[in-house]
Ligand binder design. Sequence first.
Ligand SMILES: CC(=O)SCCNC(=O)CCNC(=O)[C@H](O)C(C)(C)COP(=O)(O)OP(=O)(O)OC[C@H]1O[C@@H](n2cnc3c(N)ncnc32)[C@H](O)[C@@H]1OP(=O)(O)O
Length: 428
Amino acid sequence: MNEHPDPPCRHSGKEATAMEIRPTTDEDLDVFVTTVHTAFGHFPQTPIADGGRWWSALEMDRGLLALSADRRPVGTAAAYSFELTLPGRHIAPVTAVSAVGVLPSHRRRGVLSALMRRQLSEVRARGEFLSVLLASEAPIYGRFGYGPATFTTRLTVPRHRAALAVPRARASAGAPASDADSGTVEVMRRAECGRILEEVYDRYRRAQPGALSRPHRWWALGAGQPPVSPAPRYIAVHRDADGVADGYASYSTGEGGTLTVDETIATDDVVFTALARFVLGHDLVSQVVFRHVPPGHPLRWQLADFRAGEVGDHTDWLWVRLLDVPRALTARGWSTDGDLVLDVDDLFLGEHGRYLLTVREGRADCVPTDRQPDLSLDISDLSSLYLGGIAPSTLVRAGHVQACRPGATARADAMFRTEHPPHCLHWF
Ligand SMILES: CC(=O)SCCNC(=O)CCNC(=O)[C@H](O)C(C)(C)COP(=O)(O)OP(=O)(O)OC[C@H]1O[C@@H](n2cnc3c(N)ncnc32)[C@H](O)[C@@H]1OP(=O)(O)O
């Protein structure tokens, strides 16, 4: 991207000038974690007492600490090194931003803005073109160029209305045998699973756009949330006819007989259905709560009673930030040929670029152009569109994206659409 002719850097004037931002080292772990806790005000609830497991995967050589003029730590930002699966099953390295916090006593003075600026420049210096995060509050990150790009829901099904319908396609005579599940489900405890979860998750995430890698280190340390952490859980492990694990559901039962499924990981739809059927058939359960179900997932349609599946917590999950438009757009796969001229503003970084995106046979070319634009948009909007989880027409109708030529919106919709909607359920 070019420097903007008159960069509207909204925050530069406000960014704390007497502050120092420095990278962290292993020696900073305690002060880093204490500062994050104070920023969130969550100290009593956070399980740091559990041997620091929650924070054990922090990459301290990638963290940032903001120090006030009197050298006191007042702000934090962490960065994890993951891979992100893009449309077309292409895989790219990403920086996953986390543990962002500014002390309550030092807010709204530009500390976060300065941390974000430093962090984005370090991501570029690594040669990466994508940054991602999970936002604690939606209004925070758009100004820094991030846009919500994947979405998730919770599906609650009362046990007495949990019957699955016989799918018409399978009930009809002559349905292919491969359509039915020929595998088995075994219940294991989390502690007995060895590397099964890690291996199944890795197969799943490589085929699922929007999914993040979970590095071996996370599993080995038991960092994060269940089932990566070793919290007590039952795991329903699905195996194919050859005995190879190809899916799992991690679950526990709680108050009032609610069975909560942390995540259902399946390498195909038949495996997902088999695992759903298994937990929905659990005795002594009043309802089953599936967390992290992709919006529009077929499970709701498989229930004999369509209204039995109550959708809740429909919310954003992964926020994406493009740092190099041509590299990002050429890295993902595309399913529809076409040409599109995108005029992109990056207000936070004070950059502007106009690009001709040309898609032929699944791959894109993206070069600077002075042709008239089809769409004019902010980098946060392009970042939202990037994984195919939201249609350009939605952002045009919302007034975020400007369609500059007749037919441009429909063409953009067709080009950005992906065969598999993106979904992410990794917490970091
Ligand atoms: C990926 C993650 O880790 S998500 C976790 C984020 N952290 C938290 O939610 C912990 C609690 N909150 C905090 O620690 C702080 O309030 C932060 C980190 C969200 C913001 O830090 P600050 O140093 O106050 O932000 P900063 O002063 O740079 O604000 C920049 C702009 O963002 C706006 N902004 C900052 N936080 C918020 C917010 N929560 N809601 C709405 N606007 C916000 C500011 O008003 C300012 O806007 P302006 O330039 O138009 O005046």
